[in-house]
Design a protein around this ligand. Structure first.
Ligand code: C2E
Ligand code: MG
Ligand code: MG
Ligand code: MG
Length: 286
C-alpha cells in the first residue's frame, strides 16, 4: 500500500511540476510577445540634490497591460530572468534610454540630466554588452556622461576579472557606474576595493530604519566615511518623508531618490512635472 501511495504521490508531484512548467512557458512566451509588441515602457523617477534640485532620473521598467494598467518588475522580471529574456529586454531598455537622452539634449532645461538604467547580470555578462551600449550611444549621438548603469552585487557571483574589465571599458567611454541596493548583498567591502565604480546607492532598508536605531546610524556613518575615502558618490534611495531626507543629509548625502520627491512616472508626466518647471518642488513641501 505504501508503495502505491508513494507512486501516486510521485505522479501527482510530477504532474504539478509539469503544470508549473507549462505555465512558466506560457508566461515566457507572453513576455517575448510583449517585447515584440512594444508593451514595455520606461517610467522615470526623479533624483535630486540636497537642495531638491533635479539632477536626473532612474528609468524603471513597466509592462503595460491591455487594460491600461502597468505591471511592476516583480511581476515579470524573475520569470524573464529564468527564461533568459533579460538581455533582450535590457537591450530594449538601453535603446529607449538613449532615445530619451537624445530628446533631453534638445531641451534647455533637461540637457544636464543624467539617466540611470538597471542592468541585469545576464545582460552585463553577454560578451557584446559593452560594444552594444557604446554603439547605441554613438548612433543616437548621446553624451555618454549622461548615462549611468546601475548594477547589483549579485553580479559578483560571476567572474570578477571580466566584470572589472567591462566596467573599465565603460568608464573609459565616459559612462557612470553605480552599485545598486548597496548593503543588501554580502562582502560589499571587498568588492568596493576591486570594482572601478563611481557611486553606490544605499538600499532603502537603511534609509527607512528608525533614526533611533543606533546600529543603523553607525552603519550609515561608516558607509559614508568609506565612500568619502574612496571618492565614491552616494545616492540614498527610498526617501519617503522629510525626516528621512534630513536624516540622510546629516551624513553628508548629496543625492536622493524616493517617493518624497516623486514616484516613477511615464516620460510625458516626468517632463511636465520636472523638466519644464525647474523650480525645486521642495520649496512647496519643505
Ligand atoms: P531598484 O533598481 O532598486 O529600483 C528602485 C525601486 O524602488 C523601484 O521599484 C522604485 O519604484 C522603488 N522606490 C523608489 N522610491 C521608493 C520609495 O520612496 N519607497 C519605496 N517603498 N519604494 C521606492 P520598481 O520600479 O518596482 O523596480 C524594482 C526593481 O526591479 C528595481 O529595483 C530593479 O532591480 C528592477 N528593475 C526595474 N527596471 C529594470 C530594468 O529596466 N532592468 C533590470 N534589469 N531591472 C530592472
Ligand atoms: Mg536601480
Ligand atoms: Mg535599488
Ligand atoms: Mg534592485
Amino acid at each position: 500500500v505504501n508503495t502505491i501511495i508513494a507512486v501516486v504521490m510521485l505522479c501527482g508531484g510530477v504532474y504539478v511540476m509539469q503544470l508549473e512548467f507549462a505555465r512558466n512557458l506560457d508566461q515566457a512566451r507572453e513576455i517575448r510577445i510583449a517585447l515584440a509588441n512594444r508593451e514595455f515602457e520606461l517610467f522615470y523617477q526623479p533624483q535630486v540634490d540636497e537642495t531638491g534640485r533635479l539632477m536626473g532620473a532612474e528609468a524603471l521598467l513597466r509592462w503595460k497591460k491591455a487594460d491600461g494598467s502597468y505591471a511592476p518588475p516583480i511581476d515579470f522580471i524573475p520569470l524573464a530572468e529564468q527564461a533568459g529574456l533579460m538581455p533582450a529586454i535590457g537591450g530594449w531598455v538601453v535603446l529607449e534610454a538613449c532615445k530619451t537622452l537624445a530628446l533631453w539634449q534638445q531641451e534647455e532645461g533637461a540637457r544636464d540630466l543624467v539617466l540611470s538604467i538597471n542592468v541585469s547580470v545576464d545582460q552585463f555578462m553577454k560578451p557584446d554588452f559593452v560594444a552594444s551600449v557604446l554603439s547605441r550611444i554613438e548612433a543616437l549621438k548621446v553624451d555618454p556622461a549622461r548615462l549611468k548603469l546601475e548594477l547589483t552585487e549579485s553580479l559578483m557571483a560571476t567572474d570578477i576579472d571580466t566584470i572589472v574589465e567591462k566596467m573599465r571599458a565603460l568608464r573609459a567611454a565616459g559612462l557612470t557606474i553605480s552599485l545598486d541596493d548597496f548593503g543588501t548583498g554580502y562582502s560589499s567591502l571587498s568588492y568596493l576595493r576591486q570594482l572601478p565604480i563611481h557611486e553606490i546607492k544605499i538600499d532603502r532598508s537603511f534609509v527607512q530604519e528608525a533614526p533611533e536605531n543606533l546600529r543603523n546610524r553607525f552603519l550609515l556613518k561608516s558607509i559614508f566615511d568609506i565612500a568619502r575615502m574612496l571618492d565614491l558618490s552616494v545616492v540614498a534611495e527610498g526617501i519617503e518623508t522629510k525626516e528621512q531626507f534630513v536624516f540622510l543629509q546629516s551624513f553628508g548625502c548629496t543625492e536622493f531618490q524616493g517617493y518624497y520627491f516623486g514616484r516613477p512616472m511615464p516620460l510625458a508626466d516626468f517632463q511636465k512635472h520636472w523638466a519644464q518647471d525647474s523650480a525645486p518642488p521642495l520649496a512647496e513641501t519643505a
